[in-house]
Design a protein around this ligand. Sequence first.
Ligand code: PLP
Length: 380
Amino acid sequence: MTGVPVPAAPVPAAPRPRAEVFSVDAYVGGESNLPGMNRVIKLSSNEGAFGPPPAAFAAMAAAAKEMHRYPDGGMAALRQAIGKAHALAPDRIVCGNGSDEILQLLIQAYGGPGAELIMSEHGFSIYEIAGKIAGCTVRKAREKNLATDVDEVLKLVTPTTRIVCLANPNNPTGTLIPDAEMQRLREQLPQDVLLVIDAAYAEYVDLPGFDAGIALVDAGENTVMTRTFSKIYGLGGARLGWGYAPPAIIDVLNRMRGPFNVSSIAAAAGIAALADPDWVRDGRAHNSRARKKLAERVNAAGFKVHPSAANFLLVDFGAPESAIAADRHLRARGIIVRHVKSYGLPNCLRVTIGTDEECDLVAENLTEFQTARQATLADG
Ligand SMILES: *Cc1c(COP(=O)(O)O)cnc(C)c1O
């Protein structure tokens, strides 16, 4: 009996997913609960400070009466409403189950094994997750002062680069790519590289003439802009986003998406939200004011605040332990913000701009944290 292998005990057959699936960790969202706390102030997911426009509640309640019917898979009424609100042709719009779905579909369609996807160093984590799941090689371009550096993005381009994904403003850094830089990037990228401009926070940008990406989409065949109802419209729970793209890319997305990827409740909420004439203007005005004030107060408390064009601030505590201690201090007082260590920013907490009362509480508690910390240092 030589060389005859002993058969191994049979392993129960189990389905095995593609290896790419295990190349990523599951996305972890901002936390919502603190054990033992009655009132929690959640400033961890950049949800708009005021929830949805009141008309969206009524529209969702009315839509609930029709829940036995499938939605219109083509989302004609919603695309019409989006088109009207943004002066865009409805047939160049595709709606999604959150803009995350649009991003994932684009990456699946244009990426894949052998394809490279470029994002910025501290870019939104969904690009990396969706890119790796699709089999892409994900490359991260170095940033300058936490902002996307167009030259660094261009340096990473190779013949196998297929997609560049940039959030503008970016989450979690809050930095903005100026229009002229975005244009220069598009001009210098190869024509067959898809540029995805994720404009989830565009409504908060307080710059006259700011273009969230529409002009670049219109100018060619290779740029897509994605938008969401999850931020200024306060509808993160409804899951609603959309993309604006050239006809050939719209066709690709319509082939790939689920036939009923957007619920009729979400669509009704979106249509009603868009009909509120002052919602965006008022939300943006509040955000700019509250963000400036909070930045000043956090600065005065002795912490560095990065400039932000979005509805959150990135606060730098100088060291990971300090960021963790500040996070603990806030949590003990019912305030949840986001430690952005997983984004490669271990010294920082990202704080969503809430109502004035919520911002005041953050400022007071960070000031108190600093005072207590300095007293300890002085004692020690
Ligand atoms: C919040 C966010 C989104 C929006 O995701 P939805 O799926 O529409 O809720 C997209 N991109 C960035 C950068 C975000 O921060």
